[in-house]
Design a protein around this ligand. Structure first.
Ligand code: ADP
Ligand code: MG
Length: 284
């Protein structure tokens, strides 16, 4: 209510000059913008209301409510919301190093130390979200924004996120095929563990140079089938060249048994993470 009142008084154009497009999704466009009063550069997600059905509107309400709640250095901060007759405008901090997707797409694999710089803040911020009862549900390289340095990442796009009770079971299938957990696809209900699966697919992608169950140009059906029934190829030479700790962490995250899948908190205590955190603490 408070937000709506504010926007009726001030249209977005009065406060922001909207510029070049940064990215595009199904219902939204994200553009650069400049605060006309402070000249600070921001990002604004512009969402068209008209084409949304009731469920999509509910997700948008959740996106705004969740972004309002979060305050973490590795999560995009929301700064204001405006509404016009046809659009909602979510003004956010600008994180302009591009998507992790573009940093890894078609590039050589990362070393384990480079991958750690991305995976550690990712797991740390997912632990923060889960602690607050927030499930992201669409973790993937397109929704992880990079800064100047490798490790300067921020999680974006709470468009499918949900605030849940500790043992709440979700049913709505959502996410992005190559990163989505098997239990989301089997429609038997899922919980926050689904995010950790996605983290596992991202870690696998960074270290292995491809996704675990989406191997070049396969059909949707094949990817679904593999995600549900396939196993990770552990005979593969690149896989074998990775450290025991890295492989163990990935298998812990990509465990199909949700009761045995590593939680964010557990992952933070895994030797692959802890040994590097210790090194970070002792290095000047
Ligand atoms: P959608 O829900 O449509 O996927 P996102 O919130 O993921 O929308 O935004 C779409 C794209 O816009 C992102 O993948 C990213 O490239 C870009 N983007 C989003 N937020 C920001 C931001 N705060 N700073 C810079 N770029 C952003
Ligand atoms: Mg997105």
């Amino acid at each position: 209510h408070e937000l709506r009142r504010a926007s009726e008084v001030v249209p977005v154009e009065e406060d922001f000059e909207i510029g070049e497009e940064l990215g595009k999704g199904q219902f939204s466009r994200v553009c650069q913008c400049v605060n006309k009063h402070t000249l600070e550069r921001k990002a604004v997600k512009i969402i068209e209301k008209e084409t949304m059905d009731a469920e999509e509107k509910e997700l948008l309400r959740a996106e705004i409510a969740i972004m309002k709640l979060v305050n973490h250095p590795n999560i995009i901060r929301m700064e204001a919301v405006y509404e016009s007759r046809r659009h909602i405008f979510i003004v956010m901090e600008l994180h302009s190093g591009g998507e992790l997707f573009d940093r890894v797409n078609g590039r050589p694999r990362l070393t384990e130390d480079e991958a750690f710089c991305v995976i550690y803040p990712l797991i740390e911020s997912v632990a923060y979200l889960h602690e607050m009862g927030i499930v992201h549900r669409d973790l993937k390289p397109e929704n992880i924004l990079c800064g100047q340095k490798v490790g300067d990442i921020k999680i974006a796009d709470f468009g499918l996120s949900k605030l849940v009770l500790p043992d709440e079971i979700m049913k709505m299938p959502c996410g992005t095929l190559s990163y989505v957990a098997p239990e989301v696809l089997t429609l038997n209900g899922y919980g926050r563990e689904a995010d950790m699966w996605s983290v596992g697919t991202i870690m696998y992608l960074l270290l292995r140079g491809r996704l675990p169950f989406d191997i070049d140009g396969e059909s949707r059906e094949k990817i679904i089938e593999r995600t549900i029934n396939g196993t990770i190829d552990t005979d593969d030479a690149v896989w074998k060249a990775l450290s025991q700790d890295a492989r163990d962490l990935m298998l812990g995250l990509l465990n199909k048994d949700i009761k045995r899948r590593m939680s964010a908190k557990e992952a933070l205590l895994h030797p692959w993470i802890l040994s590097r955190v210790d090194r970070m603490d002792t290095e000047p």
